[in-house]
Design a protein around this ligand. Sequence first.
Ligand code: HEM
Length: 453
Amino acid sequence: VQFLKLQWKSCRFPPGPTPFPIIGSIWWINFRADHGSLKKLAKRYGNISTLWLGHKPFVVLHGFQAVKDGLTTHSEDVSGRLQTTVFKRMANGKGILVSNGLIWKHQRRFGIGTLRKLGMGNKGMECGIQTEAHYLVKFFRDTNGKSFTKFVHAVSNVICAVVFGHRFSLEDETFHQLIEHLCRMPAPQMCEVLPGVMNHIPGPHLKALSCCDFVRSFIRKEIQSHRERGTVDEPQDFIDFYLDQMTQNVPDSTYDEDNMVQSIFDLFLAGSETTATTLRWALLYMVAYPDIQEKVQKELDAALGPSHLICYEDRKKLPYTNAVIHEIMRYGNIVLITIPRQAVKNTTVLGYQLPKGTLIIPNLDSALFDPKYWETPHQFNPGHFLDKDGNFVAREAFLAFSADKFIDSHRVCLGEVLARMELFIIFFKEVNTQIIFGSTMKPHPYKICAVLR
Ligand code: HEM
């Protein structure tokens, strides 16, 4: 009976493999939503298909057009986030990244507005990024080439300056603890499968949750020291602005300390590892494609010179470098599928009527490698972002930050402009001050025994 019920239910959704009670249809992709299995799914069922996790349908969007139309035609309808066990333990419905409804609207609007007031997109934040880029290169010189491990420190420090009003030294022990806990936080999936049981069994999932607690208590200490300092005439950082907002008389206000802590937590979570990983890919590609590195260095030398203090505006004079950074983001493809969306009301996606609560998985990877939109999708080719005269061209299929151009619209990356500034300035600083090369190929460690002849 359960089987028949499920078949009846699945008829109303986009096509997909046959679902069975309990296991659904994810058996068809070997229980793994990775690049290869989602490609296989699209090949068999088309650009919109359904996977069932037990009795829960996930609608998968594949290819640039499907991802774009699916997320933007009725963008507000598909702007929800699923409240999974992990997300509840991580955020409890607060903050920006996985919240919904009024809390999400308030916190997101406040977050964007405040980041702009604090200089996102202009000189304000540029200065903080230049400072971090400077310390990275200094650290590189002092340690003879080990700056690569410090990307996450540099980009987290930019966020520290914005939210706490100060940066940390790269040697600071407390800061190291913050970074360590931030990096150990990836979602503990087992809690999703067996929530009740996993809460009592030790393992990486409990470690990840205790890392969340550490980061939150770190943020609370900073808020406490702001409170002790008392009100300031001019708010200097995110916490100042938020404390001020809490005193305003806003109808149905959701501005409280828990939401402040979680919003700051979300900025760290969404903004540290993402940007740092992209920078690590950047260096790897410069090692793998030395001819491209050389062309970037030539363009920098010709347009700016070695002692120039780089600013984001300079990208307009550096079309090739700008194209290389975009190609790093496209080819590095760090997100694969974006955090699943949920329909907040009955809606239509690519002609299918989807009921409220349906989960939607936009496969960003499939847009960044869509052969209809990229000339050589599986090659690292900065030419994707250049016209025949060598001018930089933006590409509509470049959905690294999700599927909408406008930050004020629903659920796109809130830190896109900050990320772009960081990538441009830090990449410039690295390539302009050093030649990046890989060391020799070494054999894996092995044990050897010599016997006398
Ligand atoms: C290379 C760097 C980055 C990439 C590739 C990236 C990508 C993304 C993607 C794909 C999403 C999901 C959007 C959706 O649901 O459709 C997202 C959301 C978000 N990002 Fe980023 N991001 C980056 C850097 C940053 C930075 C630097 C910040 C802020 C400091 C940030 C803050 C956020 C926030 C708060 C959200 C949640 C928005 C919401 O749910 O309303 N991101 N990002």
